[in-house]
Design a protein around this ligand. Sequence first.
Ligand SMILES: [Zn+2]
Length: 77
Amino acid sequence: MKQIGQRPKKIVIDLNLLNTLNTEGCPACGGKFSLGEMTVPAFGKWNGLKLVHEKDTVFNNKTNSYIDKNMLGEVKS
Ligand SMILES: [Zn+2]
């Protein structure tokens, strides 16, 4: 029997993370993070997992991971 894993943990931005992450900003939307914002580790056009705003992601039940919305091809102009 295969156990479905827990969803990746959401992380609330604290002062430490704020200082660390805002040197580059959010890799998904390019914006800055704010204290108390919800982020999730997500896959995207970068390598591996990076913390991005939860609103920038969609959850993929199949892989049990968050993915950068831009990766889904939803935004095509
Ligand atoms: Zn973002």
